[in-house]
Design a protein around this ligand. Structure first.
Ligand SMILES: Nc1ncnc2c1ncn2[C@@H]1O[C@H](COP(=O)(O)OP(=O)(O)OP(=O)(O)O)[C@@H](O)[C@H]1O
Length: 259
């Protein structure tokens, strides 16, 4: 394998006496989908926030292309190409897909001394980018609120990639979706990965991770058990690691069945 895009080495994050991350080491490569699995409270959000410049690690180092990475705030991370797509998307439902796509990055056109929002360019690019992701819009003016949840996730992913994301952190993108919409989002992840983007797919759903993941890291109470490649680990093993093997074994024996 080539040099990782990002190396997180022994990252710890403490909040007072709470240890949210207790020495997490993860490598992230361009063109891979790296799944980070964990149950509630495992430390997933803290991990995302540390990687995206919201939190500074208490200990440990983060390298970006082999160099020490110090982000003063999330804007620095975005400038470096680390984008986060949150489960609750920052979109305005009543506004068009193309307006949402370019929100904060509006292209302008000059007429004399005046600058105007360049509708034609925005519409054309939005249609093209959505088509690349396999979504044919009724038109660029279609309101975001009329898209399905999976399509909205895809708009957010396409937008992040269009504006230069090299590392795309997806925070539980499939957790609120039905089967077909989940399949759309997983297909989008596959498309983006093939373009060379490093995808960090946060989920607590083993099946969703298994469907698209190249490597898998399980977080449990702020620790990892290391990273497994596709084919090296079964869904049952992943599930067991997420639940903490011992706890699942105890539960199984008390229920007298397999959980
Ligand atoms: N700002 C904070 N102050 C104090 N404790 C925190 C803070 N942020 C997170 N924690 C604690 O750190 C631990 C990990 O939390 P985190 O939110 O990272 O987990 P998670 O895996 O994202 O969980 P969930 O899936 O429920 O969102 C929890 O015990 C949580 O209470």
């Amino acid at each position: 394998m080539t040099q990782p895009l990002i190396q997180m080495k022994n990252i710890e994050k403490h909040f007072g006496s709470v240890i949210a991350l207790a020495g997490v080491s993860v490598d992230i490569h361009a063109g891979e989908c790296h799944c980070l699995l964990g149950d509630n409270g495992a430390g997933k959000s803290t991990f995302i926030k540390t990687l995206s410049g919201v939190h500074k690690p208490t200990r440990g180092e983060i390298l970006f292309e082999g160099r020490d990475m110090h982000f003063a705030d999330p804007r620095d991370a975005i400038a470096a190409g680390i984008a986060t797509v949150h489960q609750h998307l920052a979109m305005i439902p009543l506004m068009s897909v193309s307006r949402n796509f370019f929100m904060g990055n509006e292209p302008t056109r000059k007429i004399g001394p005046f600058s105007f929002f360049d509708h034609d360019l925005a519409n054309r690019v939005t249609m093209q980018e959505m088509e690349k992701m396999g979504i044919v819009l009724r038109g660029p003016d279609q309101a975001v609120g009329t898209l399905s949840g999976g399509e909205r996730q895809t708009v957010a992913i396409a937008r992040a990639v269009h504006f230069g994301a090299r590392v795309l952190i997806l925070d539980e993108p499939t957790s609120a979706l039905g089967v077909r919409q989940t399949a759309n989002v997983l297909a989008t992840i596959d498309t983006v990965r093939k373009q060379g983007v490093a995808v960090v797919f946060i989920t607590h759903n083993v099946r969703h991770a298994m469907a698209v993941g190249d490597r898998f890291t399980v977080l449990n109470r702020g620790r990892t058990y290391g990273t497994a490649k596709r084919g090296e680990i079964t869904p049952e093993e992943l599930q067991d690691m997420m639940a903490g093997g011992q706890e699942l074994a105890t539960l199984e024996s008390s229920l007298g069945s397999t959980v």
